[in-house]
Design a binder for this molecule. Structure first.
Ligand code: ZN
Length: 365
């Protein structure tokens, strides 16, 4: 299975199946129903948050000949042409690789002609902020007087780099990173459809590692399936494959910090280094965990938003450990660890900066 298989196979074909970005979906489906659509949209947000997918869905819906509410029918000739990737009136350009004036000029020429078959010509411009200055100016000319049948969707991961005169002509939507629950929901859906037996914790680890990008999460799931076909997939398999550090290890080390046990902390660290833990990954996990403790220390009600993917046991333990450390110690320790993380890249003994940070942290009065 190639990395893009699941991503393509489960790309939503209706708004109903699209997970996340409710604020965007609600507005654009209302526009579709009322027929009051704009000529230019700007979809901005992190990679893998559904900008292009939603742009394609929108292009399909406004061209569907048998729209049901705001949903494309996926059966009419327009929908079929678009789903088959054969629609010449839907133009997708990746500005990251086609930055030039020539592409925009040819669009400018092409846009003068009404669509061949569909109702609307739709131009989806990915990474639109990467257009060269000349190309952006040419695009602006088109946006100043767009033909009635033209719709432009400019997708960008860096909205602040868009030329303001272009941005101001677009209806703007900000796409948010997907929540942990949204990613898990989609991954569970895929696994169910594919008949894949996978532990809930394993899905949680994939979701956490994806940092809100559905495409990354689906790619990782693909990787896991390639690696472990035909078996029940456990959390520890995913941990191993992704090079993740077991959260229980940092929880245990934190106990030594609370007990102010320097010797115990150093022994624990060295034992685990001998067992092969990755020092930078371990440091990163420890920083991430202590950061969560600091947030819990400030407000323990934030547990669900701070630790959405952790088991109940880890959540309870985290609350307890947050009680055992002062805000001051947590802040200082985090700074020491951030420093150690930087230094370990150049240290002749890779674990030394981390050891020093732990010793110093335990020494804080
Ligand atoms: Zn249709």
């Amino acid at each position: 299975m190639s990395n893009l298989v699941l991503y393509r196979k489960y790309r939503p074909q209706t708004f109903k199946d699209f997970i996340g970005q409710k604020h965007v979906v609600t507005t654009i489906t209302n526009e579709i129903v009322s027929g009051m659509i704009s000529h230019a949209y700007m979809f901005s947000g992190h990679r893998g948050t559904g900008k292009t997918t939603l742009a394609r869905l929108f292009a399909k819906a406004i061209n569907c000949q048998n729209l049901k509410g705001s949903e494309p029918c996926n059966k009419c000739p327009s929908c079929l042409e678009i789903n088959g990737g054969k629609a010449v009136d839907i133009i997708e350009i990746d500005a990251a690789s086609n930055r030039g004036i020539d592409e925009i000029r040819s669009i400018r020429e092409g846009i003068k002609f009404a669509p061949n078959f569909l109702k609307y010509k739709v131009l989806i411009l990915d990474e639109a902020h990467q257009l060269s200055k000349d190309a952006a100016n040419a695009l602006l000319k088109i946006l100043e007087e767009p033909p009635s049948y033209a719709v432009f969707i400019l997708a960008t991961t860096e909205a602040h780099k868009m030329i303001p005169t272009i941005a101001s002509r677009c209806q703007r939507f900000d796409f948010y990173k997907l929540s942990f629950d949204e990613v898990v929901e989609k991954l569970s859906f895929i696994c169910k459809k594919e008949g894949i037996d996978i532990e809930k914790e394993a899905l949680g680890l994939i979701a956490s590692a994806s940092e809100g990008s559905m495409r990354d999460a689906e790619g990782t799931l693909n990787q896991v399936l390639n690696f472990l076909p035909d078996t029940k997939i456990k959390a520890e398999d995913v941990q191993l494959l992704l090079g993740l550090v077991d959260i229980n290890l940092v929880v245990e080390l934190t106990d030594y910090l609370i007990k102010k046990d320097k010797s115990g902390a150093l022994k624990f660290l060295n034992d685990n280094i001998e067992k092969g833990i990755d020092i930078p990954e371990f440091t990163k996990t420890l920083i991430d965990y202590l950061r969560k403790l600091l947030i819990l220390k400030i407000d323990s009600n934030l547990i669900n938003s701070v630790m959405p993917g952790e088991t109940k046991e880890v959540g309870e333990k985290a609350k307890e450990q947050a009680e055992g450390l002062t805000e001051e110690v947590l802040k200082k320790t985090l700074n020491l660890l951030l420093d150690a993380d930087n230094k370990s890249k150049y240290a002749s003994i890779q674990q030394l900066p981390l050891e020093l940070a732990l010793i110093e942290s335990i020494g804080i009065e």
